[in-house]
Write a protein that binds this ligand. Structure first.
Ligand SMILES: [Zn+2]
Length: 164
């Protein structure tokens, strides 16, 4: 995997962030043969964005909560959606589902778009593994029916009625 930093990102890149980036990329073997460009989101309250046509992700290094593995992975998962590799179904909810399912490393921050998450951000850590298991199951359900997001939404609702 070749990584290119944009000029603004070069100025703010830290050894810690680079290490996080590399560790996250280890979980994306299908991106290994590409040159990945990493840019910076400025003047924004979003955590990042992605341009899958150009294998470019932008991260907001000033996000108050810091750069979680989840945030980096969410943007990398966008590269797997069209017009990128097209191996993950298109959409933000879909992106969260496939990101969380990919690795337990990515349970370190609460997803933004996953439906039915009725816990506070600070309580996420208690529910992350259970919700991740449901995401993995939902991807299996998708092989049988297209309504897997509705299935997942209901499963998450049920879980939060009686969280384990
Ligand atoms: Zn996104």
């Amino acid at each position: 995997m070749k990584i290119e930093l944009t000029a603004p990102m070069q100025k703010v890149m830290s050894p810690q962030l680079m290490q996080r980036l590399q560790r996250t990329l280890d979980e994306f073997p299908e991106l290994q043969s590409y040159t990945l460009r990493i840019g910076l989101v400025m003047h924004s309250n979003v955590h990042g964005n992605a341009d899958s046509r150009n294998m470019l992700i932008r991260l907001n290094t000033r996000a108050r909560s810091g750069m979680s593995y989840f945030t980096i992975a969410h943007e990398l998962t966008h590269l797997l959606q069209k017009p990128g590799l097209g191996t993950v179904p298109y959409g933000e909810i879909q992106c969260d589902i496939y990101t969380l399912a990919r690795s337990s490393l990515f349970t370190d921050d609460m997803p933004t778009y996953l439906p039915g998450l009725s816990c506070k951000k600070r309580d996420w850590t208690h529910h992350a593994a259970a919700v991740r298991d449901l995401c993995i199951e939902a991807i299996e359900v998708r092989k049988l029916r297209r309504t897997y997001i509705a299935w997942l939404s209901q499963a998450i609702d049920e879980y939060f009625k009686f969280p384990s």
